[in-house]
Design a binder for this molecule. Structure first.
Ligand SMILES: Cc1cc2nc3c(=O)[nH]c(=O)nc-3n(C[C@H](O)[C@H](O)[C@H](O)COP(=O)(O)OP(=O)(O)OC[C@H]3O[C@@H](n4cnc5c(N)ncnc54)[C@H](O)[C@@H]3O)c2cc1C
Length: 568
């Protein structure tokens, strides 16, 4: 039996009668009003009882205005009346991986993404770390999918031609007294089947000579790895498209028509579609999609995380992934702070990525960075290695889609039958995505009684990176296609040929940032100030549009407003 009066007494004590709880259909609904967002989140977190119900937080936040969802400016009827077997909502790594896995079956698959490209939300704004699963517990879906996903990475990245490395991770300790508890943890991790070993200070310094002198010993986890998160998402989307999935950008789901517990149709800004099955992979908006589908049994509380990227000249500091064991001050001070603690990641593209922090927010699409977060990340991670502010080239913020239970939801709807939710996919969602996709596509195929697609081709060829070829191979390529000899990005040594290749793939790309995320011009020290105009011109030439119409990232992100010397 669940004692609602006990929960209400607790809420009364903390929030002075401003919040009430009521249980309905296996979900605990919180109602009331609070002016501090951290209190809204706290009310949700203290009401959790994972075994008994899920928390739906309906508390009205009175201390600010929650911004409306950003919607595409396009409005047309181009999708009106379409009847796909499966509609996937969301072009993050989870939605794109699901779309690809669905094409293993004879199914008509449609994916809609409200942004102008894939991976513009969490899937393009994370650490790119393939987690060994240190902070996960038995029984969690996170653990199941993280462990399975981690093991799948070499095969999936091999098939999709995406660079991936098991670099290993060092969890570093600064106090000798920590040795006993660390060894106890080591035994625990081993019992959880996570490969781990103790590393003495001398051995650590042989392997990672630039880590802080304060570090006394470390634990090593060889199954930690690195991948480019947006590179993988793009590859999944391209392989899905190559196998017949239809992918539509600037297409937002704005409503769902439900009758007798079934989705009849899904409304988008490009018309109404009639899928047999809908898959909710909408990240921080998964709760809204569930609400549209009359199937809201969970809540998402978005959590920001800011990362710093360092120039390649700082890369020598850490060759793998290193983090310091400890609880951040923020975590000590706030019960609502959750983070894997972050660290210094030597990325697959050979930059250092440092962070992230974790801050609750009611703004689901505010990706701005702020001084406080950057300072907090830097202060914390400098204890691991001697990072210099002068080597910072950029920062970014991503937003995690956490449920109050802090676990993934991968299931059919509770009240609506023809929907599968892949929701609450916060960290380690990148690691878990390949395994989630396999399960969700199996569930979908069984539901629709779909046979295997004998023509499915798991292989996708990536874009050739000319600078990584041998001199002979590069020479031969340039002789055949001279555009590969025209360098347009000096920092990353990217040729015009690579930019053109990025514009001619099966998933459309026509923005400067889209090209940047596919072949890296603008990722280096100068951050695009040299190559940006060249990329815009190449896009204009290829798409046969005036250069003033080339966009940075989205439909309305203009770069050039017009000519300033019209007579010349
Ligand atoms: C700072 C940070 C660091 C992280 N580090 C790691 C890490 O190192 N390793 C790891 O394993 N995980 C990490 N994660 C977690 C990982 O990034 C996420 O779990 C994963 O990207 C989630 O993917 P997704 O596809 O579910 O969501 P998203 O990538 O958010 O995709 C959801 C998509 O749905 C679209 N959408 C929403 N609503 C609609 C609608 N109505 N109509 C159409 N489209 C819609 C959105 O535009 C978005 O593109 C990190 C996350 C953050 C924020």
């Amino acid at each position: 039996m669940i004692s609602i009066s006990r929960i209400n007494k607790k809420l009364d004590r903390i929030f002075g009668g401003k919040v009430r709880a009521a249980l309905m259909d296996g979900a605990l609904y919180l109602v009331g009003g609070l002016s501090d967002w951290n209190d809204v989140v706290r009310a949700g977190l203290i009401s959790v009882n994972k075994k008994k119900y899920t928390v739906v937080n309906n508390i009205v936040f009175t201390g600010g205005k929650i911004p409306p969802t950003k919607l595409p400016s396009v409005l047309d009827e181009s999708l009106e009346g379409r009847r796909p077997d499966v509609l996937v909502i969301g072009g993050g790594v989870v939605g794109c991986a699901i779309a690809r896995e669905l094409t293993r079956y004879r199914l008509d698959v449609m994916l809609v993404e409200k942004e102008h490209d894939v991976a513009l939300h969490a899937s393009g704004r994370n650490d790119g770390m393939i987690h060994p699963g240190l902070d996960l517990r038995k029984g969690q879906l996170k653990k199941k999918y993280n462990d399975a996903g981690n093991r799948m990475y070499p095969r999936v990245c091999g098939e999709l031609d995406v660079p991936f490395r098991y670099t290993g991770q060092y969890l570093c300790f600064t106090g000798e007294w920590m040795k006993l508890p660390a060894i106890a943890s080591l035994l625990y991790w081993k019992s959880m089947k996570i490969p781990a070993e103790y590393i003495s200070r001398n051995k650590l310094m042989e392997r990672e000579p630039h880590l802080s002198g304060e570090i006394k010993f470390a634990l090593h986890f060889p199954t930690a790895g690195v991948v480019c998160p947006y590179g993988l998402t793009i590859a999944y989307a391209e392989n899905a498209a190559d196998n017949g999935a239809k992918i539509y950008f600037d297409t937002a789901v704005t409503g769902i028509e439900v009758k007798d517990g079934n989705i009849e149709s899904v409304l988008t800004n490009r018309g109404r579609v009639y899928p047999k099955l809908t898959i909710n992979a909408a990240g921080v908006f998964a709760e809204e999609v569930a609400r549209f589908a009359w199937d809201r049994f969970f809540s998402i509380h978005p959590r920001r995380g800011t990362n710093i990227i360092f120039d390649k000249k700082a890369t020598f500091l850490v060759g793998t992934i290193a983090s310091l064991f400890g609880i951040s001050d923020a975590k000590k001070n706030s019960k609502s702070e959750h983070s894997k603690g972050g660290g210094i990641v030597h990325t697959v593209d050979d930059n250092l990525l440092v962070g992230p922090n974790a801050v609750e927010t009611y703004e689901k699409e505010n990706f701005s960075t702020d001084r406080e977060s950057i300072q907090a990340v830097l202060t914390k991670q400098r204890k691991t290695a001697g990072l210099s502010e002068r080597d910072i080239i950029t920062y970014f913020t991503g937003i995690r889609a956490a449920t109050y239970e802090e676990d993934f939801i991968v299931s059919f709807g509770k009240h609506t039958k023809n929907i599968i939710h892949a929701a609450g996919i916060q960290s380690p969602g990148l690691t878990a995505a390949p395994a989630i996709a396999v399960d969700v596509s199996r569930m979908a195929a069984e539901f629709l009684n779909a046979p295997a697609n004998e023509n499915f081709n798991p292989i996708r060829k990536g874009i050739v990176r000319a600078a990584e070829l041998s001199d002979e191979a590069r020479d031969a390529l340039i002789k055949k296609e001279p555009d590969y000899g025209v360098i347009i990005c000096r920092c990353e040594e990217i040729s015009k040929g690579e930019v053109l290749a990025a514009l001619r793939r099966s998933v459309p790309c026509d923005t400067v940032d889209g090209v940047k995320r596919r072949v890296r011009p603008g990722m280096g020290r100068c951050q695009g100030s040299f190559c940006g105009p060249h990329v815009a011109e190449i896009i204009a030439g290829e798409k046969k549009i005036p250069v003033t119409e080339v966009k940075k990232m989205s439909d309305n992100s203009m770069i050039l407003l017009g000519d300033n010397k019209e007579s010349l």
